[in-house]
Design a protein. Structure first.
Length: 153
């Protein structure tokens, strides 16, 4: 039981650091943004900004690099316990991954809100969606695949 708790603790610690890195990488992506103009509607008005491609890629490299390196050096050996564990522990592992993916989404949105405010836009929108929605989905899929590979070994 103690080994199972250590494994779940390692997963929580890895995902907690992943959420922090995702927030920092999101802030890095906004560095060097360029002002494109203003927009207004019936209720809202704000400014439009464009991502700086260099800093966007640096932020993405930081996030993906940490996810892969952190897994390889910290989590990979610790989740071997999943192979001998029951179904309950495997479900708990997946639930923790879902919870932290939702927390990552909240952290990314919070960081974007801090930098752009409620009414400013980042362009192109696909880059924004790749960060805000793609990273939490990537994290969840990455950990589910890692769990499956740990069980199959």
């Amino acid at each position: 039981m103690r080994a199972n708790l250590k494994m779940l603790g390692a997963e929580v610690l890895y995902l907690l650091v992943s959420v922090i890195i995702a927030g920092l990488a999101t802030l890095l992506q906004i560095v060097g943004r360029t002002y494109e103009g203003d927009h207004s509607s019936f209720i809202w008005s704000g400014s439009d900004y464009r991502y700086n491609p260099l800093f966007y890629m640096l932020g993405m490299a930081l996030f993906i690099g940490f996810m892969v390196a952190g897994y390889k050096f910290f989590l990979k050996e610790r989740i071997i316990e999943l192979k001998q564990s029951g179904i309950a522990l495997k479900i708990i592992f997946s639930v923790i991954a879902v919870i932290f993916s939702i927390l990552m989404l909240a952290a990314i949105i919070f960081c974007l809100f801090l930098m752009t405010g409620l009414t400013d836009n980042m362009r192109p929108e696909w880059m924004l969606f790749m960060t805000a929605l793609g990273w939490p989905i990537f994290t969840l899929v990455f950990l589910i695949i890692a769990e499956i590979l740990a069980v199959k070994q």
